[in-house]
Ligand binder design. Structure first.
Ligand code: MG
Length: 377
């Protein structure tokens, strides 16, 4: 019988064309069986353009936890993950331990699917949707708001059904001035047309107080805002409560949570309409599936925070497909190495839709190992 033979963490660095060419870092996890079957996982121990030291720490943990994985039956992934959770009780269940577990968990699901010859979505019960609207998830980077609006208009003309624009300290003056931000959303509406979704995501480097957030949201609402994302820091539950009582716009938050227990606490607060989740952070595919079921129980939407490699996209898309509680699926609009070089068949929108892959086993992607080596750090 096939056993798991090796667990290898590999960190990569690459220029992200969707983030003004800034370097982004990821830690991948390669798990191979004694028969030579390979599963791939990924975690994102970074945000913005930094944190290579977090990648190194994650590598060390994956290497240290490998003893709990090697020699095990590759189809018993739940048992392996449970053993890791027990082992990391003191230094987990958040932080670097959650990144390490996430990468291992995704790789184990991919491996299981490949060993059994079953697509991930079918391992999870099968898809309840065949396709989902695609929106372009971007970072605003231009200082000219008309040029930035026009850039997003082109994405909609290329097929995307909407745009989610992330604001940050690198986005010209966007996010720093309420009137200018509202003027941007007005230009954006003109540029993308009446039917496209517009979502605005406050970057973590910006700080809005509650009244500022309310003024922005009310201004944005004039031009049709599908949702506002993390308008306040995630821990500001009191602020979110005031916001929720004041505006009609859907409020998204959650992508910075680590696990199901944290999601339960967040949803108990009744302040979120769209709960974000990244399998590369929140205990992998196992954690994401738990969040999806929780979102269904609480009648809220969920949204994959999938702004990383094709491994993360494949995992996010499969989990998104097991529920009707997702509104859209985010893709990076510009070609980049970890989406377009890493796999031969990159995830793309066609006529504004992303199709759920249901034919190939596991994650349904073939990772090009020479590309992994090319960007390895
Ligand atoms: Mg976000």
């Amino acid at each position: 019988m096939s056993k798991i033979a090796s667990v290898t963490p590999i960190s990569v660095a690459y220029p992200e064309s969707n983030d003004a060419g800034n370097t982004r870092y990821l830690t991948l996890c390669r798990i191979e069986t004694t028969d030579g079957v390979v599963g791939w996982g990924e975690c994102i121990p970074m945000s913005g353009s930094g944190f290579p030291e977090a990648c190194r720490a994650t590598e060390a943990l994956i290497t240290g936890l490998a003893d709990l994985v090697v020699g095990q039956d590759p189809v018993r992934n739940g048992e392996i993950v449970s053993t890791i959770l027990k082992r990391t009780w003191w230094y987990g269940p958040e932080g670097i331990a959650a990144f390490a577990l996430s990468a291992i968990d995704i790789a184990l699901w991919d491996l299981k699917g490949k060993v059994l010859g079953i697509p991930l979505v079918d391992l999870l019960g099968g898809p309840v949707i065949k396709r989902i609207p695609a929106v372009a998830a971007t970072h605003a980077t231009l200082s000219d708001i008309q040029a930035e609006a026009d850039r997003h208009g082109e994405m909609v003309r290329a097929g995307f059904k909407g745009v989610k624009v992330g604001l940050s300290e690198r986005s010209g003056d966007l996010g720093n001035n309420v009137d200018r931000d509202i003027a941007f959303v007005k230009s954006l509406r003109d540029a993308v047309g009446p039917d496209a979704d517009i979502m605005i995501d406050r970057g973590q480097s910006l700080r809005w107080d509650v009244s500022e957030a309310i003024r922005r949201i009310r201004g944005f609402e004039e031009y049709g805002l599908r949702w506002i994302e993390e308008p306040l820091e995630p821990h500001d539950i009191t602020g979110f409560r005031r916001l929720k009582a004041t505006v009609d716009t859907l409020i998204a938050t959650g992508e910075r949570e680590w696990n199901t227990r944290a999601y339960q606490r967040l949803l108990d607060e009744d302040i979120v309409d769209i709960v974000g989740c990244d399998p590369g952070r929140s205990n992998g595919i196992t954690g994401f599936v738990e969040l999806v079921r929780l979102a269904e129980q609480r009648s809220v939407w969920f949204n994959a925070h999938s702004w990383s490699s094709a491994i993360n996209t494949a995992a996010s898309l499969a989990v998104t497909a097991i529920s009707k509680n997702a509104l859209v699926f985010e893709l990076k609009p510009d070609e980049n190495p970890m989406q377009h070089e890493l796999v031969d068949e990159p995830f793309e929108q066609h006529d504004g839709w992303v199709t759920i892959p249901t034919t190939k086993p596991g994650l349904g992607i073939d990772v090009n190992e020479s590309v992994v080596k090319k960007y390895q750090i």
